[in-house]
Design a protein around this ligand. Structure first.
Ligand code: PMP
Length: 402
């Protein structure tokens, strides 16, 4: 009975990694990877994470008992404080329901399932025209219609096209969900300025839309946990109903441990017990309860002043390495007199840069230089090193001029 199963198309990003692995050329460079790499191109385990893991391993009272469906309470409370701010009025009023989730993807999946089941399965969801490709999978998989788009990027400048964005959201029906990237927009690296966020807030309020913030890069983008949470906190301060997804994949380097959280922030208190009961029921049917290890590690770091400060130091270091690569790549492109304006390489933020390279140029770089990136011209800055930045800049020049 399984012989009629059609093969699924490969995931654009994961397929690229497989292709890179199979490439025997020693010059190959992987700029498709969505994970931090050290200056010698190695995966990075944060020392503070490693130490806490060792302590947990040595703790005779630690067990492998199940967590409840909504996860580790100390982790959830600390996560809500981290993104909303310890002094958040929503926390003080008890308007926030936070559950542990399987990293950012799981938080989105549970959040959208909750919307489908308890708001309406016909709720319209708007995502930016350029967005993390998995958003488009998760939304219908959660029982909602396929995502609609709002325009996001001005391709001529590589910055946010705020007029087009506001114009599109202005046409969204009341009650629609608007997916917003809290910071470090993936794939463009282009974030709204604070003034532009206020314009977005304005249209969201006017049209009675429901923001769903996806935060995969808090602290990883600017190096400051506070700066990167500004957008979310500003929207919460406006007293809206909203959802907030968090991931610790990037900022704690816990990619494979699936550490994340979903918060439902209500404009008025009262629904928390019902909301929590339904989130738990949703999780129970999906995977019963979340994994324990990563949440224990994150909770230990978030809950201890010294460990927290050490983590903040790591965030500064990781984001600084990425910014350094931006500066070096731009300098090499300009020194090469590569046609075009490369300011966007340094004005964009986060892990990725949206180079503006066409899919033909991307193919050219892969075939001739063994430099891998997604077809939309997105490069992961963390995939560059001092040893490869000139080679990549040379390949980009050749691609642009060919
Ligand atoms: N949202 C965005 C915008 C992302 O870039 C990512 C990671 N690539 C995620 C969510 C989810 O990642 P994870 O499930 O590993 O936390």
């Amino acid at each position: 009975i399984f012989s009629s199963v059609p093969t699924a198309p490969p995931d654009a990003i994961l397929g690229l990694t497989a292709q890179f692995r199979a490439d025997p050329d020693p010059r190959k460079v992987n700029l498709g990877v969505g994970a931090f790499r050290t200056s010698s191109n190695k995966p990075y385990v944060l020392p503070v994470v490693r130490r806490v893991e060792q302590q947990l391993a040595d703790d005779p009272s630690a067990t492998h008992e199940y967590l409840p469906q909504d996860g580790l309470q100390s982790f959830c409370d600390a996560s809500a404080r981290l993104i909303l701010g310890a002094d958040s009025p929503a926390l003080a009023d008890g308007r926030v329901t936070t559950v542990q989730a399987l990293s950012g993807t799981g938080a989105l999946r549970v959040g959208f399932a909750f919307v489908a089941n308890f708001i309406s399965s016909s709720t319209a969801v708007y995502v930016p025209k350029q967005t993390w490709s998995n958003h488009r999978n998760v939304i219908p998989a959660a029982g909602l219609p396929r995502a609609l788009e709002y325009r996001y990027l001005d391709p001529s400048t590589g910055a946010v096209d705020i007029a087009a964005l506001v114009e599109d959201l202005d046409k969204a029906p009341a009650g629609s969900i608007v997916l917003l990237h809290g910071c470090a927009h993936n794939p463009t690296g282009a974030d709204p300025t604070q003034a532009q966020w206020l314009q977005i807030l304005d249209v969201v309020k006017r049209r009675k839309l429901v923001p769903f913030f996806d935060n995969a890069y808090q602290g990883f983008a600017s190096g400051s946990l506070e700066t990167d949470a500004w957008s979310v906190r500003t929207f919460v301060a406006a007293g809206l109903d909203m959802l907030v997804a968090q991931s610790y994949a990037k900022n704690m380097g816990m990619y494979g441990e699936r550490v994340g959280a979903l918060s439902v922030v209500a404009s008025t208190a009262g629904a928390e017990d019902a909301v929590r009961s339904q989130l738990k029921a949703t999780i129970r049917a999906m995977y019963s309860s979340p994994p324990k290890h990563g949440a224990m590690v994150a909770a230990a770091i978030l809950g201890d002043e010294k460990l927290f400060a050490e983590w903040e130091g790591e965030l500064v270091k990781m984001s600084a390495r990425i910014m350094d690569m931006r500066v070096k790549l731009k300098a090499a492109l300009e020194k090469n007199a590569t046609p075009g304006n490369w300011d966007r390489i340094t004005s964009q933020i986060g892990m990725f840069s949206y180079t503006g390279l066409t899919s033909q140029q991307v193919t050219f770089m892969r075939e001739k230089y063994h430099v891998y990136m997604t077809a939309n011209g997105r490069i992961s800055m963390a995939g560059l090193t001092d040893d490869t930045v000139q080679y990549v800049a040379d390949a980009m020049k050749d691609a642009v001029e060919s």
